[in-house]
Unconditional design. Structure first.
Length: 306
């Protein structure tokens, strides 16, 4: 394991996803969100499909209709609708901070759905992280923006996607899931089109932004996949939280965003809770490997785009 290289790849992946989000947000000023997702899904999905076919991966297989994969794809659509709507309607840093609660929801879901052991320490961390989300959203106050609830929808949708992935047959390759997941942006775009507006002819600069979003997103996905294979998962995964830093910088430079105190406090709670949960899972996994604990917890290992 080359942990340093894995960390660098993870940080680059988070920078790439933040740039992709910024391109999508900038494009949404003149292009409907549904059309943006259609474009990225066709271009990015096509690129993934070509790469997979060159590697000898069978794209269409009977397992595509497996209920776990169907559930994963439906959850992907729901989560993507939530996240993309969030980044186009609220500050990038706010949407990214709320989205970082996803690993906490996955840990809770794994305990409730798969009976994975989660002790009081991690349940407490989950509760603190969710309190952080509430501080960011501030329901019932003058600072409450209903559009922030789209990010909450994204958290639960994308967490459900990763939980469903645990039930996917082992015969399904990572490349197949990547291609199918990317192509899910196409039906997502079609679903959003009646609500976000009919397709338009994008200006040259907007077309560059859309192409950049698809290209950077693909590169970031490759980087996050490589990071998980290069370094120890428990070491590189906490660096997913650098995405918030990139979102803060891009939001300030490109859109003049300036998160207020409650948003920063809430984000800090979410990050601290997530990192503690990861470290706790790593410790339990090590204990299980040495025979101290009979059933080690599963470390969050998702390499999904969001």
């Amino acid at each position: 394991m080359d942990n340093l290289r894995g960390i660098i790849l993870m940080v680059l992946a988070m920078a790439g996803f933040a740039v992709e989000d910024a391109f999508i947000k900038a494009s949404s000023a003149t292009v409907p969100t549904g059309q943006i997702l259609l474009f990225i899904g066709i271009v990015g999905g096509g690129a993934f499909a070509l790469a997979a076919r060159r590697g000898g991966v069978r794209l269409m297989a009977p397992t595509f209709r497996h209920r776990a994969i169907v559930a994963r794809n439906v959850a992907e659509i729901i989560g993507t609708i939530g996240f993309v709507t969030a980044i186009t309607t609220i500050p990038l840093a706010t949407a990214s901070a709320i989205a970082q609660a996803m690993p906490l929801v996955i840990t809770a879901g794994a305990a409730l759905l798969f009976a994975e052991p989660v002790g009081w320490r991690r349940w407490s961390a989950i509760a603190v992280g969710l309190v952080g989300v509430l501080i960011i959203i501030r329901p019932g106050t003058s600072g409450f923006d209903p559009n922030a609830l789209w990010a909450v929808l994204a958290v639960f949708g994308l967490a459900a996607r990763d939980l469903a992935a645990r039930a996917v047959p082992s015969t399904v390759s990572h490349s197949q899931l990547a291609v199918w997941g990317m192509f899910m942006l196409v039906p997502t775009g079609l679903i959003l089109t009646p609500f976000t507006g009919a397709p338009v002819v994008p200006a040259p600069l907007t077309l560059v932004l859309l192409t950049g979003a698809a290209a950077v997103g693909c590169l970031a996905y490759y980087a996050i996949t490589s990071a998980s294979r290069t370094g120890a998962v428990a070491v590189v995964t906490p660096f997913r939280y650098t995405r918030i830093l990139f979102a803060l910088v891009l939001g300030a430079l490109l859109f003049g965003e300036s998160p207020d105190g409650p948003t920063l406090i809430g984000a800090a709670l979410v990050i601290a809770s997530g990192v503690y949960t990861l470290l706790r899972e790593r410790r339990l996994a090590r204990a299980g490997a040495t025979g101290i604990a009979p059933k080690p917890a599963r470390v969050y290992t998702s390499t999904a785009r969001r």
